[in-house]
Design a protein around this ligand. Structure first.
Ligand code: GDP
Ligand code: IMO
Ligand code: MG
Length: 426
Protein backbone atom coordinates (compact mmCIF):
# COMPACT_ATOMS: atom_id res chain seq x y z
CA UNK A 1 0.00 0.00 0.00
CA UNK A 2 1.23 3.56 -0.68
CA UNK A 3 1.72 6.14 2.08
CA UNK A 4 -1.75 7.62 2.49
CA UNK A 5 -2.94 10.64 4.43
CA UNK A 6 -6.52 10.50 5.71
CA UNK A 7 -8.01 13.88 6.49
CA UNK A 8 -11.37 15.05 7.75
CA UNK A 9 -12.74 16.94 4.76
CA UNK A 10 -14.95 19.36 6.68
CA UNK A 11 -15.81 19.91 10.37
CA UNK A 12 -14.59 16.63 11.91
CA UNK A 13 -16.52 13.49 12.89
CA UNK A 14 -16.79 12.45 9.25
CA UNK A 15 -16.10 8.80 10.06
CA UNK A 16 -12.29 8.91 9.81
CA UNK A 17 -11.95 6.18 12.44
CA UNK A 18 -13.96 3.71 10.38
CA UNK A 19 -12.13 4.53 7.12
CA UNK A 20 -8.71 4.28 8.81
CA UNK A 21 -9.70 0.92 10.26
CA UNK A 22 -10.64 -0.35 6.78
CA UNK A 23 -7.36 0.82 5.22
CA UNK A 24 -5.24 -0.43 8.14
CA UNK A 25 -5.75 -3.95 6.82
CA UNK A 26 -2.83 -3.20 4.48
CA UNK A 27 -0.85 -0.76 6.65
CA UNK A 28 2.44 -1.27 8.49
CA UNK A 29 2.25 1.91 10.57
CA UNK A 30 -0.72 4.14 11.41
CA UNK A 31 0.26 7.58 12.68
CA UNK A 32 -1.73 10.36 14.31
CA UNK A 33 -0.12 13.70 13.45
CA UNK A 34 -2.12 16.42 15.25
CA UNK A 35 -4.83 17.14 17.78
CA UNK A 36 -5.20 15.39 21.07
CA UNK A 37 -7.95 13.78 23.09
CA UNK A 38 -10.38 16.33 21.66
CA UNK A 39 -10.76 13.71 18.90
CA UNK A 40 -13.18 10.80 19.13
CA UNK A 41 -12.82 8.17 16.40
CA UNK A 42 -15.39 5.42 16.42
CA UNK A 43 -14.83 1.94 15.03
CA UNK A 44 -17.45 -0.80 15.18
CA UNK A 45 -16.26 -4.36 14.85
CA UNK A 46 -18.92 -7.04 15.25
CA UNK A 47 -20.85 -6.18 18.38
CA UNK A 48 -17.99 -4.16 19.87
CA UNK A 49 -17.58 -0.42 19.67
CA UNK A 50 -14.21 1.28 20.16
CA UNK A 51 -13.81 5.03 20.60
CA UNK A 52 -10.22 6.16 20.10
CA UNK A 53 -9.15 9.59 21.28
CA UNK A 54 -5.35 9.73 21.19
CA UNK A 55 -4.26 6.33 19.97
CA UNK A 56 -4.57 5.79 16.21
CA UNK A 57 -7.53 3.64 15.17
CA UNK A 58 -4.98 1.39 13.48
CA UNK A 59 -4.19 -0.17 16.87
CA UNK A 60 -7.26 -2.35 16.39
CA UNK A 61 -5.56 -4.44 13.68
CA UNK A 62 -2.62 -6.56 14.78
CA UNK A 63 -0.57 -6.04 11.63
CA UNK A 64 -0.04 -2.34 12.32
CA UNK A 65 2.18 -0.38 14.67
CA UNK A 66 0.40 2.67 16.12
CA UNK A 67 2.31 5.95 16.26
CA UNK A 68 1.56 9.22 18.04
CA UNK A 69 3.58 11.90 16.28
CA UNK A 70 5.20 15.09 17.53
CA UNK A 71 2.25 17.15 16.26
CA UNK A 72 -0.10 15.61 18.81
CA UNK A 73 -0.62 17.10 22.28
CA UNK A 74 -0.82 14.42 24.96
CA UNK A 75 -2.67 14.35 28.23
CA UNK A 76 -0.79 11.46 29.89
CA UNK A 77 -3.71 10.56 32.16
CA UNK A 78 -6.01 10.34 29.12
CA UNK A 79 -3.46 8.24 27.24
CA UNK A 80 -3.00 5.81 30.12
CA UNK A 81 -6.78 5.50 30.51
CA UNK A 82 -7.14 4.76 26.80
CA UNK A 83 -4.42 2.10 26.94
CA UNK A 84 -6.19 0.49 29.87
CA UNK A 85 -9.58 0.57 28.15
CA UNK A 86 -8.15 -1.00 25.01
CA UNK A 87 -6.39 -3.73 26.96
CA UNK A 88 -9.67 -4.44 28.76
CA UNK A 89 -11.19 -4.88 25.30
CA UNK A 90 -8.40 -7.42 24.52
CA UNK A 91 -6.40 -5.08 22.26
CA UNK A 92 -2.68 -5.45 22.90
CA UNK A 93 -0.99 -2.05 23.18
CA UNK A 94 2.40 -2.79 24.79
CA UNK A 95 5.02 -3.20 22.07
CA UNK A 96 2.63 -1.85 19.41
CA UNK A 97 2.46 1.83 20.33
CA UNK A 98 5.15 4.45 19.77
CA UNK A 99 4.90 7.96 21.18
CA UNK A 100 7.11 10.75 19.88
CA UNK A 101 9.72 12.21 22.23
CA UNK A 102 8.74 15.61 20.78
CA UNK A 103 4.99 15.47 21.42
CA UNK A 104 3.91 18.20 23.83
CA UNK A 105 2.25 17.41 27.14
CA UNK A 106 -1.09 18.74 28.38
CA UNK A 107 -1.15 19.80 32.05
CA UNK A 108 -4.12 20.60 34.32
CA UNK A 109 -3.39 24.31 33.92
CA UNK A 110 -4.00 23.99 30.17
CA UNK A 111 -7.33 22.36 30.77
CA UNK A 112 -8.25 24.89 33.46
CA UNK A 113 -7.35 27.84 31.22
CA UNK A 114 -9.29 26.35 28.30
CA UNK A 115 -12.36 26.11 30.51
CA UNK A 116 -11.95 29.54 32.15
CA UNK A 117 -11.33 31.32 28.84
CA UNK A 118 -14.38 29.71 27.28
CA UNK A 119 -16.58 30.62 30.23
CA UNK A 120 -15.30 34.21 30.18
CA UNK A 121 -16.08 34.56 26.47
CA UNK A 122 -19.78 33.87 27.11
CA UNK A 123 -21.73 34.08 23.84
CA UNK A 124 -18.46 34.51 21.89
CA UNK A 125 -17.11 31.15 23.03
CA UNK A 126 -15.54 28.73 20.53
CA UNK A 127 -17.26 25.71 21.97
CA UNK A 128 -14.02 23.83 22.59
CA UNK A 129 -13.92 20.34 24.03
CA UNK A 130 -12.32 21.89 27.16
CA UNK A 131 -9.50 19.38 27.03
CA UNK A 132 -6.71 21.99 27.22
CA UNK A 133 -5.79 21.62 23.55
CA UNK A 134 -5.54 25.32 22.64
CA UNK A 135 -3.47 26.39 25.68
CA UNK A 136 -1.09 23.43 25.19
CA UNK A 137 -0.43 24.38 21.55
CA UNK A 138 -0.06 28.02 22.62
CA UNK A 139 2.75 27.01 25.01
CA UNK A 140 4.38 24.91 22.27
CA UNK A 141 4.55 27.91 19.93
CA UNK A 142 5.58 30.24 22.78
CA UNK A 143 8.47 27.80 23.39
CA UNK A 144 7.48 27.19 26.99
CA UNK A 145 5.89 23.78 26.39
CA UNK A 146 6.99 20.56 28.07
CA UNK A 147 7.58 17.59 25.77
CA UNK A 148 7.41 13.86 26.42
CA UNK A 149 11.22 13.73 26.42
CA UNK A 150 11.30 16.42 29.14
CA UNK A 151 9.04 14.30 31.34
CA UNK A 152 11.64 11.54 31.21
CA UNK A 153 14.31 13.73 32.84
CA UNK A 154 13.28 14.71 36.38
CA UNK A 155 15.55 17.73 36.84
CA UNK A 156 14.73 19.27 33.46
CA UNK A 157 11.04 18.53 34.00
CA UNK A 158 10.96 20.12 37.47
CA UNK A 159 12.73 23.27 36.29
CA UNK A 160 10.35 23.74 33.33
CA UNK A 161 7.27 22.96 35.39
CA UNK A 162 8.29 25.40 38.11
CA UNK A 163 8.92 28.13 35.56
CA UNK A 164 5.57 27.53 33.85
CA UNK A 165 3.60 27.36 37.05
CA UNK A 166 4.96 30.69 38.26
CA UNK A 167 3.39 32.33 35.22
CA UNK A 168 0.22 30.21 35.06
CA UNK A 169 -0.54 30.64 38.76
CA UNK A 170 -0.24 34.41 38.41
CA UNK A 171 -2.71 34.35 35.52
CA UNK A 172 -5.05 31.98 37.33
CA UNK A 173 -5.07 34.17 40.43
CA UNK A 174 -5.11 37.66 38.94
CA UNK A 175 -7.30 37.14 35.86
CA UNK A 176 -9.61 34.37 37.00
CA UNK A 177 -9.35 34.44 40.81
CA UNK A 178 -8.58 30.71 40.92
CA UNK A 179 -6.34 29.04 43.53
CA UNK A 180 -2.76 28.30 42.45
CA UNK A 181 -1.65 24.79 41.49
CA UNK A 182 1.05 23.07 43.53
CA UNK A 183 4.38 22.35 41.82
CA UNK A 184 5.11 19.37 44.06
CA UNK A 185 1.75 17.75 43.50
CA UNK A 186 1.91 18.12 39.71
CA UNK A 187 5.54 17.06 39.61
CA UNK A 188 4.86 13.84 41.52
CA UNK A 189 1.74 13.05 39.52
CA UNK A 190 3.47 13.53 36.16
CA UNK A 191 6.62 11.64 37.24
CA UNK A 192 4.38 8.67 37.85
CA UNK A 193 2.82 9.03 34.38
CA UNK A 194 6.30 9.35 32.90
CA UNK A 195 7.37 6.09 34.47
CA UNK A 196 4.35 4.25 33.10
CA UNK A 197 4.68 5.76 29.61
CA UNK A 198 8.47 5.63 29.18
CA UNK A 199 8.33 2.27 27.36
CA UNK A 200 6.43 3.94 24.48
CA UNK A 201 8.48 7.11 24.04
CA UNK A 202 10.72 6.86 20.96
CA UNK A 203 12.30 8.74 18.05
CA UNK A 204 9.34 8.77 15.65
CA UNK A 205 10.87 10.54 12.60
CA UNK A 206 13.75 8.06 12.63
CA UNK A 207 11.50 5.02 12.98
CA UNK A 208 9.03 6.10 10.29
CA UNK A 209 11.66 7.22 7.78
CA UNK A 210 13.70 4.05 8.18
CA UNK A 211 10.54 2.00 7.76
CA UNK A 212 9.60 3.89 4.57
CA UNK A 213 13.12 3.40 3.19
CA UNK A 214 12.70 -0.33 3.76
CA UNK A 215 9.46 -0.33 1.74
CA UNK A 216 7.00 -0.30 4.64
CA UNK A 217 3.99 1.99 4.43
CA UNK A 218 2.44 4.56 6.73
CA UNK A 219 -1.22 5.51 6.99
CA UNK A 220 -1.56 9.00 8.46
CA UNK A 221 -4.71 9.44 10.54
CA UNK A 222 -5.96 13.01 10.71
CA UNK A 223 -8.11 14.23 13.56
CA UNK A 224 -10.69 17.06 13.40
CA UNK A 225 -11.22 18.40 9.87
CA UNK A 226 -10.19 20.95 7.23
CA UNK A 227 -12.67 23.61 8.34
CA UNK A 228 -11.26 23.35 11.88
CA UNK A 229 -7.68 23.96 10.71
CA UNK A 230 -6.08 26.86 12.61
CA UNK A 231 -4.80 28.34 9.33
CA UNK A 232 -7.37 27.29 6.74
CA UNK A 233 -10.59 26.83 8.69
CA UNK A 234 -13.28 29.18 9.97
CA UNK A 235 -10.90 31.04 12.32
CA UNK A 236 -11.32 31.68 15.23
CA UNK A 237 -13.89 28.86 15.37
CA UNK A 238 -11.24 26.22 14.82
CA UNK A 239 -8.98 23.89 16.74
CA UNK A 240 -5.34 24.82 17.40
CA UNK A 241 -3.57 22.46 15.00
CA UNK A 242 -3.37 21.69 11.28
CA UNK A 243 -5.71 18.80 10.43
CA UNK A 244 -5.12 19.41 6.70
CA UNK A 245 -2.85 17.18 4.61
CA UNK A 246 0.29 19.28 5.15
CA UNK A 247 -0.03 18.67 8.87
CA UNK A 248 0.84 15.01 8.34
CA UNK A 249 4.43 15.93 7.46
CA UNK A 250 4.97 18.53 10.17
CA UNK A 251 3.34 16.30 12.75
CA UNK A 252 5.45 13.20 12.14
CA UNK A 253 8.73 14.24 10.51
CA UNK A 254 7.98 12.48 7.22
CA UNK A 255 8.65 14.67 4.17
CA UNK A 256 6.01 15.62 1.55
CA UNK A 257 7.92 13.65 -1.10
CA UNK A 258 7.05 10.46 0.81
CA UNK A 259 3.29 11.03 0.62
CA UNK A 260 1.66 9.13 -2.24
CA UNK A 261 -2.01 9.80 -1.75
CA UNK A 262 -4.47 11.96 0.18
CA UNK A 263 -8.02 10.82 0.91
CA UNK A 264 -10.65 13.12 2.40
CA UNK A 265 -13.46 11.69 4.49
CA UNK A 266 -16.87 13.34 4.36
CA UNK A 267 -20.37 12.45 5.36
CA UNK A 268 -23.09 12.38 2.70
CA UNK A 269 -24.41 15.43 4.58
CA UNK A 270 -22.68 17.80 7.05
CA UNK A 271 -22.27 18.13 10.80
CA UNK A 272 -20.46 20.52 13.10
CA UNK A 273 -19.99 20.41 16.86
CA UNK A 274 -19.08 23.60 18.71
CA UNK A 275 -19.70 27.19 17.60
CA UNK A 276 -18.91 28.89 14.30
CA UNK A 277 -20.45 29.42 10.88
CA UNK A 278 -22.32 26.54 9.26
CA UNK A 279 -24.27 27.80 6.22
CA UNK A 280 -26.29 24.65 5.48
CA UNK A 281 -27.35 24.02 9.09
CA UNK A 282 -30.82 22.60 9.81
CA UNK A 283 -33.06 24.28 12.37
CA UNK A 284 -36.31 23.47 14.13
CA UNK A 285 -38.12 20.13 14.29
CA UNK A 286 -36.38 18.71 11.23
CA UNK A 287 -32.97 19.39 12.80
CA UNK A 288 -33.92 17.51 15.96
CA UNK A 289 -35.52 14.63 14.06
CA UNK A 290 -32.52 14.30 11.76
CA UNK A 291 -29.99 14.38 14.63
CA UNK A 292 -31.76 11.53 16.35
CA UNK A 293 -32.13 9.48 13.17
CA UNK A 294 -28.46 10.02 12.33
CA UNK A 295 -27.32 9.51 15.95
CA UNK A 296 -25.32 12.72 15.77
CA UNK A 297 -23.93 13.12 19.27
CA UNK A 298 -20.24 13.81 19.94
CA UNK A 299 -17.97 10.79 20.48
CA UNK A 300 -15.83 12.79 22.95
CA UNK A 301 -18.15 15.20 24.74
CA UNK A 302 -21.57 13.69 23.96
CA UNK A 303 -22.73 17.13 22.77
CA UNK A 304 -25.48 17.20 20.13
CA UNK A 305 -23.92 17.79 16.72
CA UNK A 306 -25.37 20.47 14.46
CA UNK A 307 -26.53 18.86 11.20
CA UNK A 308 -26.99 20.26 7.69
CA UNK A 309 -27.00 19.52 3.96
CA UNK A 310 -23.86 18.68 1.98
CA UNK A 311 -21.96 21.87 1.15
CA UNK A 312 -20.16 21.69 -2.20
CA UNK A 313 -18.56 25.12 -1.66
CA UNK A 314 -16.71 23.93 1.43
CA UNK A 315 -15.92 20.59 -0.16
CA UNK A 316 -14.36 22.22 -3.25
CA UNK A 317 -12.14 24.20 -0.88
CA UNK A 318 -11.19 21.04 0.97
CA UNK A 319 -10.30 19.29 -2.31
CA UNK A 320 -8.05 22.24 -3.12
CA UNK A 321 -6.34 22.75 0.25
CA UNK A 322 -5.67 19.04 0.75
CA UNK A 323 -5.23 18.27 -2.96
CA UNK A 324 -7.50 15.30 -2.38
CA UNK A 325 -6.89 12.40 -4.74
CA UNK A 326 -10.20 10.88 -3.76
CA UNK A 327 -12.85 10.91 -1.08
CA UNK A 328 -14.59 8.45 1.19
CA UNK A 329 -18.27 9.24 1.70
CA UNK A 330 -19.80 7.91 4.92
CA UNK A 331 -23.30 7.65 6.35
CA UNK A 332 -25.09 7.45 3.00
CA UNK A 333 -27.59 5.14 4.75
CA UNK A 334 -28.70 8.02 6.99
CA UNK A 335 -30.33 9.66 3.95
CA UNK A 336 -32.19 6.46 2.97
CA UNK A 337 -35.60 7.61 4.23
CA UNK A 338 -35.65 11.16 2.86
CA UNK A 339 -38.09 12.16 0.13
CA UNK A 340 -35.87 14.95 -1.15
CA UNK A 341 -32.24 15.87 -0.46
CA UNK A 342 -30.61 19.25 -0.94
CA UNK A 343 -27.06 20.07 -1.96
CA UNK A 344 -25.56 23.53 -1.50
CA UNK A 345 -23.91 24.43 -4.81
CA UNK A 346 -22.94 28.08 -4.12
CA UNK A 347 -23.58 30.95 -1.70
CA UNK A 348 -25.46 34.19 -2.08
CA UNK A 349 -23.50 37.03 -0.43
CA UNK A 350 -24.74 40.64 -0.57
CA UNK A 351 -26.62 39.96 -3.80
CA UNK A 352 -23.78 38.18 -5.60
CA UNK A 353 -23.24 34.48 -6.14
CA UNK A 354 -19.99 33.02 -4.86
CA UNK A 355 -18.78 29.55 -5.65
CA UNK A 356 -15.43 29.59 -3.83
CA UNK A 357 -14.96 29.46 -0.05
CA UNK A 358 -14.87 33.08 1.14
CA UNK A 359 -12.29 32.36 3.87
CA UNK A 360 -13.42 34.81 6.51
CA UNK A 361 -15.76 33.47 9.22
CA UNK A 362 -17.60 36.83 9.32
CA UNK A 363 -18.37 36.66 5.60
CA UNK A 364 -19.47 33.02 5.78
CA UNK A 365 -21.91 33.90 8.55
CA UNK A 366 -23.63 36.27 6.15
CA UNK A 367 -23.71 33.80 3.24
CA UNK A 368 -26.93 32.12 2.24
CA UNK A 369 -26.71 28.73 0.63
CA UNK A 370 -28.06 28.20 -2.87
CA UNK A 371 -29.58 24.75 -3.07
CA UNK A 372 -30.24 22.18 -5.71
CA UNK A 373 -32.87 19.59 -4.75
CA UNK A 374 -32.67 15.95 -5.73
CA UNK A 375 -35.21 13.23 -5.07
CA UNK A 376 -34.34 10.66 -2.43
CA UNK A 377 -34.16 6.89 -3.05
CA UNK A 378 -36.32 5.92 -0.04
CA UNK A 379 -35.00 2.41 0.24
CA UNK A 380 -32.37 0.86 2.58
CA UNK A 381 -28.74 0.76 1.44
CA UNK A 382 -26.85 -0.70 4.43
CA UNK A 383 -26.91 -4.25 3.01
CA UNK A 384 -25.48 -3.21 -0.38
CA UNK A 385 -21.86 -4.18 -1.10
CA UNK A 386 -21.29 -3.00 -4.68
CA UNK A 387 -21.72 0.44 -6.19
CA UNK A 388 -23.71 -0.91 -9.14
CA UNK A 389 -26.38 -2.33 -6.82
CA UNK A 390 -27.15 1.03 -5.22
CA UNK A 391 -30.55 2.57 -6.03
CA UNK A 392 -30.39 4.70 -9.18
CA UNK A 393 -31.28 7.87 -7.28
CA UNK A 394 -28.55 7.23 -4.68
CA UNK A 395 -26.02 6.93 -7.49
CA UNK A 396 -27.36 10.13 -9.04
CA UNK A 397 -26.95 11.94 -5.69
CA UNK A 398 -23.37 10.72 -5.23
CA UNK A 399 -22.49 11.52 -8.84
CA UNK A 400 -23.79 15.06 -8.38
CA UNK A 401 -21.59 15.50 -5.27
CA UNK A 402 -18.59 14.30 -7.24
CA UNK A 403 -19.37 16.50 -10.27
CA UNK A 404 -19.81 19.58 -8.09
CA UNK A 405 -16.55 19.00 -6.24
CA UNK A 406 -14.39 17.53 -9.01
CA UNK A 407 -13.08 14.61 -7.02
CA UNK A 408 -13.10 10.82 -7.35
CA UNK A 409 -14.93 8.45 -5.00
CA UNK A 410 -12.80 5.73 -3.43
CA UNK A 411 -14.85 4.39 -0.54
CA UNK A 412 -18.56 4.52 0.24
CA UNK A 413 -19.77 3.67 3.72
CA UNK A 414 -23.36 2.52 4.20
CA UNK A 415 -23.27 1.70 7.93
CA UNK A 416 -20.94 1.94 10.94
CA UNK A 417 -19.64 -1.62 10.74
CA UNK A 418 -16.52 -2.78 8.92
CA UNK A 419 -18.45 -4.84 6.40
CA UNK A 420 -20.90 -2.04 5.59
CA UNK A 421 -18.42 -0.62 3.12
CA UNK A 422 -18.10 -0.39 -0.66
CA UNK A 423 -14.55 0.03 -1.98
CA UNK A 424 -14.53 1.38 -5.51
CA UNK A 425 -10.92 0.77 -6.42
CA UNK A 426 -8.53 -1.23 -4.32
P1 GDP B 1 -14.43 10.53 13.26
O1 GDP B 1 -14.14 11.45 14.39
O2 GDP B 1 -14.23 11.18 11.93
O3 GDP B 1 -13.70 9.23 13.36
O4 GDP B 1 -15.99 10.19 13.35
P2 GDP B 1 -16.83 9.86 14.69
O5 GDP B 1 -16.47 8.51 15.15
O6 GDP B 1 -16.72 10.98 15.66
O7 GDP B 1 -18.30 9.94 14.12
C1 GDP B 1 -18.73 9.13 13.07
C2 GDP B 1 -19.93 8.31 13.56
O8 GDP B 1 -20.57 7.74 12.45
C3 GDP B 1 -19.52 7.13 14.44
O9 GDP B 1 -20.53 6.92 15.38
C4 GDP B 1 -19.45 5.96 13.45
O10 GDP B 1 -19.68 4.70 14.07
C5 GDP B 1 -20.58 6.32 12.54
N1 GDP B 1 -20.44 5.87 11.14
C6 GDP B 1 -19.32 5.82 10.36
N2 GDP B 1 -19.66 5.45 9.11
C7 GDP B 1 -21.00 5.28 9.10
C8 GDP B 1 -21.94 4.95 8.09
O11 GDP B 1 -21.61 4.75 6.92
N3 GDP B 1 -23.26 4.87 8.46
C9 GDP B 1 -23.67 5.11 9.74
N4 GDP B 1 -24.96 5.02 10.00
N5 GDP B 1 -22.81 5.43 10.71
C10 GDP B 1 -21.49 5.53 10.39
P1 IMO C 1 -12.57 14.26 15.48
O1 IMO C 1 -11.13 13.88 15.32
C1 IMO C 1 -15.40 17.56 15.66
C2 IMO C 1 -14.05 21.23 17.63
C3 IMO C 1 -14.70 21.65 18.93
C4 IMO C 1 -14.63 23.15 18.78
C5 IMO C 1 -13.29 23.36 18.10
C6 IMO C 1 -12.14 23.70 19.06
O2 IMO C 1 -13.36 13.33 16.29
O3 IMO C 1 -13.18 14.60 14.16
P2 IMO C 1 -10.72 22.23 20.75
O4 IMO C 1 -11.13 21.44 21.96
O5 IMO C 1 -10.05 21.43 19.70
O6 IMO C 1 -9.95 23.46 21.10
O7 IMO C 1 -12.11 22.77 20.13
O8 IMO C 1 -12.99 22.14 17.44
N1 IMO C 1 -13.49 19.86 17.62
C7 IMO C 1 -14.02 18.83 16.94
N2 IMO C 1 -15.16 18.74 16.23
N3 IMO C 1 -14.57 16.50 15.72
C8 IMO C 1 -13.42 16.58 16.40
O9 IMO C 1 -12.49 15.60 16.38
C9 IMO C 1 -13.12 17.77 17.10
N4 IMO C 1 -12.09 18.17 17.89
C10 IMO C 1 -12.33 19.45 18.18
O10 IMO C 1 -16.03 21.19 19.02
O11 IMO C 1 -15.62 23.60 17.88
MG1 MG D 1 -15.07 12.24 16.09
Amino acid sequence: MPNIVIVGALFGDEGKGKIVDILTENADYVARFQGGHNAGHTVEIGSEQFILHLIPSGILRENAVAVIGNGVVIDPAALLKEIELLENQKIKVAGRLIVSTHAHVIFPYHQLLDELREDKKGSKKIGTTKRGIGPAYADKVARTGIRMIDLMNKSIFREKLQHNLEEKNTILKSVYNVSPLSVDKLFNEYCEYAERLSQYVKNVPLILNEAILKGKNVLFEGAQGTMLDVDFGTYPYVTSSNPTAGGACIGTGVAPSCIDEVIGVTKAYSTRVGEGPFPTEFFGDFAEWFRQEAKEYGATTGRPRRCGWFDAVLMRYSVLINRLDSIAITKLDVLDGLKTIKICTAYKYKGTTIEAFPGDAEVITQCEPIYEELSGWQTPTSHIRSYEELPKKAKAYIQRLLDLTGVRLKILSVGPKREETIILDA
